[in-house]
Unconditional design. Sequence first.
Length: 171
Amino acid sequence: MLSTIGEYWKQIIAFVIIMLIVGVVFGFWLMADGQTSRARDNILQTTNSLSNSEYARYNNQIITGAEVIEAAIKFRDKPQFSIRVVTGNNPAGFYMENISAAPNAVCYATPVSVETPVGTPANCTVASMTTVLQAQDTTSILYYINPTARFNANVYRDSNGEVRLLEFRQR
């Protein structure tokens, strides 16, 4: 009978040790999972911050016409994105070409204020948009962007906070 009680004690001790090991492992797993979630959130926040930083130089700033052309080149292949330019010779404004949207493009209308999100984009054709070459052509009266001209730049976002429209208005 003593050997049977000894066997039970061995089994109970083994069971308790196994449960302690499982508990410790589970605790480490929970701790690691929490750290992973925080790290993932930090990486996402950093990525969003970096993606929005490329627009910071245009947010309510005064820039030159050369910088407007540079922005048109830089963002011409960004999907679901518009660049609108208003010059002294063309107060109605025009949209710069977006080659990612060919043959159909999107043209976001300028909201009433920077705080108002842009609405649903209107469809427009790439043929109706102004190319960088047209904007640099001095004989193109309606679409020429003078490199030394000064422009007020504004960044407009949609309801999800994504940048959808850059607008440049000549001063």
